[in-house]
Design a protein around this ligand. Structure first.
Ligand code: GLP
Length: 260
C-alpha cells in the first residue's frame, strides 16, 4: 500500500487527478469506479477543469459508481445519480450509455446486483477505483462486518452512517436505511485503487484502515490485501498514523528510486 500525505485538501485532490490522468493517458478507454460523498468533489472539479481548459478527453471512458441509496429517485437531490450528474457527468464528455450507477429503484434488487457485476466483467473490469471512507471505516456502503469477499448487494446502513449522512437531508428520518453497494470483493477486483480522506474526522478510520488488522469491522482495511492501493490523505486525516514519518520519507525518496 502506498500512503501519500499532502498538505491540504486541494493538493490531495490535485494529486488524485494526476493519478486519474495517468491512467487515462495509458488507456483512453479506461473503466473508472466512481465514488460520491464530499471528499472526491475537489478531484471531480479538477478533472472538469482539465476537460474544459486542457481538453482532457473522456469520450471513450466507462464508469461504474460504487453505490446508491435505495428508494431515492434519480432526480432526488440526495441521490448519488443526481450528485454524479451535477458534480461531474454533466461537465465532461462521457457518453451517457457508458455511465453505470446502481439503481435505487429497481423492482428486483437481486437481479439488478447480478447484472451490475456482469456488466463490470463485460466491460473488462475496473482499471481505477476511486474510494472515500466513512467515519466507521467503511468503503462504498460496506458497513462493519461486511464480508471481505462480498459482491454487489443490498445493505442496511449503520446508525453511524445514517447520522453522518443526515447533514445532507432536512431530517434524520429522511436518510434511507438501505443502499445498494458494490461489495468489498468487487472493489478488490479493480486493477488499481485510490482512497481519499481529508479532515480530522477521518483520522481514526485511516489509522485503522492502514495500520490496523485486516478486519471486516473496518472494511477499508481490505485495501491492505490489494497489490496496487494508494491511500491519499491530507495532514489532518494522517493525524493518527503511527508510521507517518516513514510514509513521508518513502514518498520524498520516490523520484530517486531505481526504475525497473
Ligand atoms: C458514504 C458513501 C461512501 C463515502 C462516505 C464518506 O457513506 N457511501 O462512498 O466514502 O459516505 O463521505 P464523505 O466523503 O462525505 O465523508
Amino acid at each position: 500500500m502506498e500512503i501519500i500525505i499532502k498538505d491540504d485538501y486541494q493538493q490531495m485532490s490535485r494529486t488524485a487527478a494526476e493519478i486519474v490522468v495517468e491512467v487515462l493517458n495509458t488507456r483512453p478507454n479506461a473503466v473508472f469506479g466512481m465514488a460520491t460523498g464530499s471528499t472526491p468533489l475537489g478531484l471531480y472539479q479538477e478533472l472538469v477543469r482539465l476537460h474544459k481548459q486542457e481538453q482532457l478527453d473522456f469520450s471513450r471512458v466507462t464508469t461504474f459508481n460504487l453505490d446508491e441509496y435505495v428508494g431515492l429517485p434519480v432526480n432526488h437531490p440526495q441521490s448519488y445519480h443526481y450528485f454524479m450528474h451535477e458534480h461531474f457527468f454533466k461537465h465532461v464528455n462521457i457518453p451517457a450509455q457508458n455511465i453505470n450507477i446502481p439503481s435505487g429503484t429497481t423492482s428486483n434488487y437481486r437481479a439488478f446486483c447480478e447484472w451490475y457485476e456482469q456488466r463490470i466483467t463485460e466491460c473488462g473490469g475496473i482499471d481505477l477505483q476511486i474510494l472515500g471512507i466513512g467515519s466507521d471505516g467503511h468503503i462504498a456502503f460496506n458497513e462493519p462486518a461486511s464480508s471481505l469477499s462480498s459482491r454487489t448487494r443490498l445493505k442496511t446502513l449503520s446508525k453511524q452512517t445514517i447520522d453522518d449522512n443526515a447533514r445532507f437531508f432536512d431530517r434524520r428520518e429522511e436518510v434511507p436505511v438501505y443502499a445498494i453497494t458494490m461489495g468489498v470483493g468487487t472493489i478488490l477486483d479493480a486493477r488499481k485503487l485510490i482512497l481519499l480522506a481529508s479532515s480530522k474526522k477521518k483520522a481514526k478510520a485511516i489509522a485503522q484502515a492502514v495500520e490496523g488488522p485486516v478486519t471486516s469491522i473496518v472494511t477499508a482495511s481490505a485495501l491492505q490485501l490489494h497489490p496496487d492501493a494508494t491511500v491519499l490523505v491530507d495532514q489532518e486525516a494522517a493525524g493518527q498514523l503511527a508510521m507517518r514519518d516513514y510514509y513521508e520519507f518513502i514518498y520524498a525518496a520516490k523520484p530517486g528510486a531505481p526504475r525497473t
